[in-house]
Design a protein around this ligand. Structure first.
Ligand SMILES: [Zn+2]
Length: 254
């Protein structure tokens, strides 16, 4: 079990209603067009959804992520996210680029496992609670504040920035995503050089036609007092979890 938790912890980083019409509207339309056209429709989904307090496996708007898009079992995404990803995957493949989903939706309980595993692991190096939380927050979200709750965000290929940089195994993958992901509605929320929030994550991509309205709703309806129920949660206000971590993302994703 501890090995499993450790592995989940390694898959770090740190939502509902209808969008059926979006999928049909998307058919045959250049993706860059519908990525813009759909940003107004999907809210509200409600606080529990935004905080990850639901089970994606039984949620009607979620589907299983399966081969050849992933090697892992049991992953789920919003169906609109997965449909858009499949189009992007096929276009990438035609350009000899291989995309693989290694993490997708994680609900509150799963994120709590990741957070509390790291809370124990970093206890020795960072005994002061605030230091420890900041260390975890380099790449992992507090439960209740992760974009992975929403079914809109995915981690691709590898959880290591240098792999996507010059000379890295996935350099061409990152170059392709930087040039083309927006055509399918995907943006990179955690880019380099932002004022606040998590460190850069070249592997984390978000389906913005859904995640933009979810983020808007989150900022309007959720405050740090809603982020509770795990070790270190009392630090959420002091660390500006909503403003800096949920809100501190690349402009392209807002
Ligand atoms: Zn991620």
């Amino acid at each position: 079990m501890s090995v499993l938790l450790w592995m989940i912890g390694f898959f770090m980083s740190g939502c509902q209603q209808t969008a059926q019409d979006q999928v049909s509207r998307n058919a045959g339309v250049p993706a860059s067009v519908h990525a813009q056209a759909d940003t107004s429709v999907k809210s509200p989904v409600g606080a529990d959804y935004l905080l990850g307090k639901f089970n994606p496996a039984t949620h009607p708007d979620f589907v299983k992520v399966d081969k050849p898009y992933t090697d892992r079992a049991g992953m789920m995404l919003r169906k609109e996210t997965f449909e858009a990803f499949k189009k992007m995957w096929a276009a990438a493949r035609a350009d000899n680029i291989s995309l693989r989903i290694i993490s997708s939706t994680r609900n509150f309980d799963q994120q709590k496992n990741i957070w509390e595993t790291k809370w124990e692991r970093f206890a020795k190096d960072a005994p002061a609670p605030k230091d420890r939380a900041l260390k975890i927050l380099e790449f992992s979200s507090m439960p209740g504040s992760s974009r992975h709750h929403w079914g809109t965000d995915i981690d691709l290929n590898d959880l290591n920035n240098p792999s996507f940089e010059a000379g890295g195994k996935y350099q061409k993958v990152y170059e392709w995503l930087s040039a083309h992901a927006h055509e399918y509605g995907f943006c990179q929320p955690y880019t380099a050089g932002r004022a606040h929030g998590y460190q850069e994550e070249k592997w984390h991509w978000s389906f913005s036609p859904l995640s933009k309205p979810f983020l808007e709703e989150y900022k309007k309806t959720i405050s740090e007092s809603d982020i509770t129920g795990f070790k270190g949660a009392d630090l959420a206000p002091e660390l500006h979890t909503v403003e800096y971590y949920v809100g501190g993302i690349n402009q392209d994703c807002q």
